[in-house]
Write a protein that binds this ligand. Structure first.
Ligand SMILES: [Zn+2]
Length: 351
């Protein structure tokens, strides 16, 4: 009996050792592949369509179009077409034409990841090119958008779009017809896929949503991830650094990387609105950088430093070369200022 116990114990120990050894091997492989992971998007079948527009085949019924404003996700099947973001207003006819080349199905839903013009600019025309499920059924009376495809976005996006004035105003036909509320579930089941729209409070703005296609295993993440630069925290429109980091963590928690077979270019596909297609490991790296910069700024604020002193201390050090910019619409200086102001506002009460 005694020796039997020992034997069992010994076997268990060996098993643990083997598992540990495998984990170490896996970690090594991740490091080795680190330089090649940037090629994730290149593993996907893609086609240049001219005029800077590119089509990526993510799944057999899920495509991504780039170069039309924000990246556009297109999922289709027997229920019709679900379009994530409608691009900018200048490219809408082209977008509709490209969708028609992919599938004869009717456009049923547009889902917006935020209320920026390069995401919602095409809403009205794309919705009109489609058809509401409600119109097809009839007994509910005239649908709110005249029979056009439904438009789904966060409650924040609906508020932004319906209250914008002047040059920033949108016609009513472009407004969301359905809204997702933070912390409340909003889902649909279309084309054999569970689709969850997760409104993220105060991240890039107050209008962000993640759109998760469960069966396809694709998450459209809007402007929350932008590997070309530090994330745009749009303070004037309700963005906040802590909400941004919370949203990044949400994406990481939704996604699954390719383990234990790390050499495979597999796992949850993460599609940001700008830049290349990503996997979970990319977002972990990005989240870490953003969190480190936030923590540095937070420490400097605790030391009583002014905005000018925080900027002079260069809290983006080590990451400036990769993500920073001295020119263009979103400079390193603007990012640091947004982080500072967001945290300083946080200290005095509101988020
Ligand atoms: Zn955008």
């Amino acid at each position: 009996m005694e020796s039997g116990h020992e034997h069992i114990g010994g076997t268990a120990l060996v098993t643990i050792r083997v598992v540990r050894h495998l984990l170490v091997l896996c970690a090594g492989a991740v490091l080795v592949l680190g330089g090649q992971r940037a090629a994730f998007a290149q593993q996907l079948e893609s086609q240049a369509l001219g005029d800077g527009i590119e089509l990526f085949k993510v799944r057999s019924n899920f495509y991504v179009l780039t170069g039309l404003g924000a990246n556009v996700g297109i999922q289709f099947g027997t229920d019709g077409v679900v379009v994530v973001d409608a691009g900018d207003a200048a490219h809408t006819d082209r977008l509709i034409a490209e969708i028609k080349k992919l599938t004869p199905g009717l456009i049923r839903y547009i889902i917006n990841t935020n209320a920026d013009a390069d995401h919602v600019g095409g809403n009205q025309k794309v919705a009109k090119a489609g058809k509401s499920f409600l119109a097809a059924r009839g007994p509910f009376g005239p649908p709110p958008n005249g029979g056009a495809a439904a438009i789904l976005a966060s409650e924040g996006a609906l508020t932004r779009m319906s209250t914008a004035t002047g040059a920033a105003a949108f016609p009513e036909a472009a407004w969301p017809t359905e809204a997702a509320i933070p912390d409340a579930r909003k889902y649909m089941y279309l084309n054999d896929d569970g689709i969850e729209v997760m409104a993220q409070p105060n991240a890039h703005s107050d209008s962000d949503s993640l759109v998760f296609f469960r069966r396809s295993d694709v998450v459209m993440v809007g402007d929350i991830v932008d590997m070309r630069r530090f994330p745009v925290i749009d303070l004037a429109r309700g963005g906040s650094i802590n909400g941004e980091i919370a949203a990044l963590n949400r994406i990481i928690n939704l996604a699954i990387p390719s383990v234990p077979i790390v050499s495979r270019e597999a796992g949850t596909v993460i599609v940001p609105s700008h830049g290349r297609i990503l996997d979970q490991t990319d977002v972990v790296e990005y989240r870490d950088v953003v969190t480190i910069v936030r923590d540095r700024v937070q420490d400097l604020i605790k030391q009583g430093k002014s905005l000018a002193e925080v900027k002079a201390a260069d809290p983006t050090q080590g990451y400036r070369k990769r993500y920073g910019s001295d020119t263009g619409p979103w400079t390193t200086d603007m990012f640091v200022e947004a982080v500072y102001k967001s945290l300083a506002a946080n200290k005095s009460g509101p988020r």
